[in-house]
Design a protein around this ligand. Sequence first.
Ligand SMILES: Nc1ncnc2c1ncn2[C@@H]1O[C@H](COP(=O)(O)OP(=O)(O)O)[C@@H](O)[C@H]1O
Ligand SMILES: [Mg+2]
Length: 233
Amino acid sequence: MSRPARSAETEVNGWFVTATDTDAGKTWVACALVRALRAAGSAVAVMKPVAAGARITPEGLRNDDALQLIEACGRDLSYEAVNPWLFEAAVAPHLAAAGAGVRIGIPPLVEHARALAEESDVLVVEGAGGWLTPLNESETLGDLAAALGLAVLLVVPVRLGCLNHALLSARAIHADGARLGGWVANLVDPAMPFVEQNLATLQHHLGVPCLARIPRLDDPARVVFSSSFPETI
Ligand SMILES: Nc1ncnc2c1ncn2[C@@H]1O[C@H](COP(=O)(O)OP(=O)(O)O)[C@@H](O)[C@H]1O
Ligand SMILES: [Mg+2]
């Protein structure tokens, strides 16, 4: 796999981590990706463009995904730089935004991401939900990823139904003009039958490298990418 190229003015070097669903392992994978990139010597920045679901901390409202990304990143990035849109209720972002009387637009998020990327080698962005999660009345998280020109990393929780969800996601990613750079098999269900056959089917149809196979773990810090990954990104 070649390094994601910064070919156009608006494009940013890095990865957009999406998944077939919510609660699929995006945050675990994004943090592991950040650690792998850092271990390979890259200066990494992280972004959670839109988070719906927050808790009150002494520093104010915070989203756990954004906090985990900041910790993995190990840099002194301000919370607001990493997570520009934050809503307290864990609901779809465009509904949370409407409830707050605001509209999430792509151009300001692109500017935001570019500013973050300027001070780093690689930007790792975690989406919300899946590829077609709406941002507003007409645009999706996937449109943001495509506008940024990021390589897309698709996390697939391997359970019954994942083939359909993964292939639908891949089709939508391609249809939106984005580049699927790799996928991750998150083996969340130890009782899943025909695991190897399912993985082979995913590999056949997705046609891009599987960058990690994650077993069921109790500690997200143990999520690792294949040893060849840092050299090949
Ligand atoms: N490989 C795994 N092993 C065990 N639990 C997992 C694994 N992957 C995800 N989980 C569980 O699923 C939850 C959601 O994962 P997360 O990375 O936050 O998903 P997403 O960011 O896609 O919503 C985690 O908090 C964890 O409890
Ligand atoms: Mg998450």
